[in-house]
Design a protein around this ligand. Structure first.
Ligand code: SF4
Ligand code: SF4
Ligand code: FES
Length: 214
């Protein structure tokens, strides 16, 4: 039998010992926390589990996603308590959008002073500042592309001294790009062709059989 090693972690101000080899979310479950908030997809896609963490010896903390971060000795963890930045009701325009379309709902975007704090804070490695600058010059298709992997954790807005909401502006740009600069869905077409060719028939039948046997 393999005996797993333990590691000491700190969550908030509380010290705990948990088995190594777990993600931070799994460690919270292990500690008996039901995690009714600060958790969602468990796949690094929803941004609900945003944390600030620091290892011993590190000068500065870094941002991360708890479902994608393994516990390690001395890890200090704080969960971000939600994203308080305001959501705008931003409908799609009737005509081709410009930067003024974005500024109408996110006027603060123009205040960017290029400090790079948002880029440094992004756990997804997005160059958020460049995305904001692209919005300032009106290249909305580029903005949309840049924010494709945004998980809406809100760290970028939380650190912005100019009170810009890059992620919400980026999401709006993604909606605009989808409506006005659509790209052919090549990956989707490829997957549909694979399914149509019968490539997954065996797996599908296994699932259906399992459902009948349940
Ligand atoms: S933190 Fe704010 S001001 Fe600084 S680069 Fe990012 S959007 Fe611009
Ligand atoms: S762009 Fe902002 S909201 Fe999106 S993942 Fe990066 S820090 Fe989080
Ligand atoms: S639970 Fe969704 S990103 Fe971690």
């Amino acid at each position: 039998m393999t005996i797993s090693q333990s590691v000491a972690i700190t969550v908030g101000d509380e010290k705990h010992t948990v088995p190594e080899g777990m993600t931070v979310i799994q460690a919270m479950w292990h500690l008996g926390d039901a995690m009714v908030k600060n958790v969602g997809c468990l796949g690094g896609a929803c941004g609900a589990c945003a944390i600030i963490c620091r290892l011993p010896g590190q000068m500065l903390p870094k941002t991360a996603l708890a479902c994608q971060t393994m516990v390690s000795e001395g890890l200090n963890i704080r969960f971000l308590q939600g994203d308080p930045s305001k959501k705008e009701i931003a409908p799609l325009p009737a005509e081709t959008p410009s930067r003024e379309t974005v500024f109408q709902y996110y006027p603060e975007t123009r205040r960017c002073v290029a400090c790079q704090a948002c880029t440094s804070a992004c756990p997804q490695g997005i160059d958020v500042m460049v995305g904001v600058r692209e919005a300032m010059i009106g290249d909305l298709a580029l903005v949309a592309e840049r924010f494709t992997t945004c998980v809406m954790c809100g760290f970028c807005a939380a650190v912005c001294e100019s009170r810009i909401r890059p992620h919400r502006m980026g999401l709006y740009a993604r909606r605009l790009a989808g409506a006005f600069y659509p790209k052919p869905p090549t990956q989707l077409d490829m997957r549909i062709a694979e399914i149509s060719s019968g490539q997954f028939d065996r797996e599908w039948n296994d699932v259906m059989q399992a459902a009948q046997n349940a």
